[in-house]
Design a protein around this ligand. Structure first.
Ligand code: BGC
Length: 376
């Protein structure tokens, strides 16, 4: 009898423990706020820390940037898996990496720094040869966003005036970062008071082994896309939606980034590696898988889901070892990769691409989820 009641007690304890563990994994994310640094004019840049279970994300108001993302490996050991800097100055003086930033108004390139809308021509700053990259010289990545805490995360708002970087219409953009159920969710919305174009994305560079641990060439990548948008020498889409089949751009089956990156292939030469927009197979507007990445030594798995029609897979080809990031880590060529969920590059000049136009009365809305698990 005594042994039976002991048995019951043990069972009760195990049940309680299991309940606590499962409740613990669904706790509301804890959000805290502090000061990250000061702009040259003395304005304070805030940092929001989001914690949910073993996940921890930090977001700053300068460029609405994700500055760190701590994720456990298969043994439960956490590491920060995004490239960036310890201090604000790193971000404000870095000319070209866009580490962790929300890029806008137009993520990726607009050819010849111009487009026409409703019969009117708009000229933008050319900041990538003759083209416009990531919204111009002073894009959304270099702006101070207004932020406040929301359940599970932080909401950031930016008002971009009519004519900002040449784009028409006063645009109010909102970005919500939340941590829920082992995932970082980014929700974008925007409205305008005049017809305009818009393509917002997040420009985080990942190394699932932990930032600063070397190249990302061993990561196994899967992208569910039968087609991609080939580019010219300025990395502008040629208009074609080309099949990936039979090319080193085919990631429909999980393949190491480094397996074919230096193949004798014109597109890889033009991109200096992977720097291509993939046309996702699923239906745009519905949250769908855009990529799955496994880093074999840590076992960390990143699954990207999005409502966007495309994803730019960029293998960090232009990192060149001159940037000294967190903990003094030198970010060498291909030491991080980006999966920028987006509309296709240069869409305002390609009437057949999904439209990036936004009109007064409409609300732009997109969601991207970075989900974490482990595997082998
Ligand atoms: C582009 C690259 C560019 C990089 C800038 C990526 O989104 O596709 O071509 O060099 O951003 O850091």
């Amino acid at each position: 009898m005594a042994s039976r009641s002991m048995h019951c007690k043990v069972l009760n304890c195990i049940c309680l423990l299991l309940t606590l563990v499962s409740v613990g994994s669904h706790l509301e994310a804890k959000v805290t706020k502090s000061v990250f640094g000061e702009m040259p004019d003395g304005t304070k840049v805030e940092i929001y820390t989001l914690e949910e279970g073993a996940l921890k994300a930090r977001v700053i108001t300068y460029g609405a940037r994700l500055v760190s993302l701590e994720v456990p490996d298969r043994s439960g050991k956490t590491a920060d898996i995004v490239l960036g800097y310890d201090e604000l100055k790193g971000y404000t003086t870095d000319p070209k990496s866009y580490f962790g930033a929300i890029v806008g108004r137009y993520g990726n390139r607009i050819a010849h720094a111009t487009f026409s809308l409703d019969g009117k021509r708009y000229d933008l700053p050319a900041n990538d040869g003759v083209n416009t990259l990531h919204g111009g010289t002073i894009g959304f990545d270099k702006r101070l966003w207004q932020a406040h805490e929301i359940p599970h995360g932080v909401e950031l708002t930016l008002v971009s005036k009519d004519g900002d970087q040449g784009f028409p219409g006063t645009l109010t953009a909102r970005v919500l970062y939340t941590l829920e159920a082992r995932a970082l969710r980014i929700e974008y919305s925007a409205t305008t008071d005049k017809d305009t174009v818009l393509n917002l994305t997040n420009h985080s560079y990942f190394d699932l082994a932990g930032e600063g641990q070397g190249t990302i060439l061993n990561h196994l990548v899967m992208i569910p896309a039968d087609r991609y948008t080939p580019v010219d020498s300025g990395l502008i889409p040629t208009r074609e939606l080309a099949p990936v089949a039979g090319t080193p751009l085919d990631f429909r089956k999980a393949t190491a980034i480094g397996a074919r990156i230096d193949d004798d292939n014109e597109q890889l030469k033009l991109g200096h590696g992977y720097d291509h927009n993939y046309v996702l197979n699923g239906k745009a507007g519905v949250l769908q898988e855009a990529a799955r990445v496994l880093e074999p030594t840590s076992g960390r798995v990143l699954t990207v889901e999005t409502t966007q029609p495309g994803v730019q897979f960029y293998s960090g080809n232009f990192l060149d070892g001159t940037l000294h990031g967190k903990h003094g880590h030198v970010y060498a060529r291909r030491s991080g990769f980006c999966l920028e969920t987006q509309h296709f590059p240069d869409s305002p000049n390609h009437p057949k691409f999904p439209s990036t136009e936004l009109k007064p009365g409409q609300t732009y809305h997109n969601v991207t989820v970075f989900r974490f698990s482990t595997g082998s």
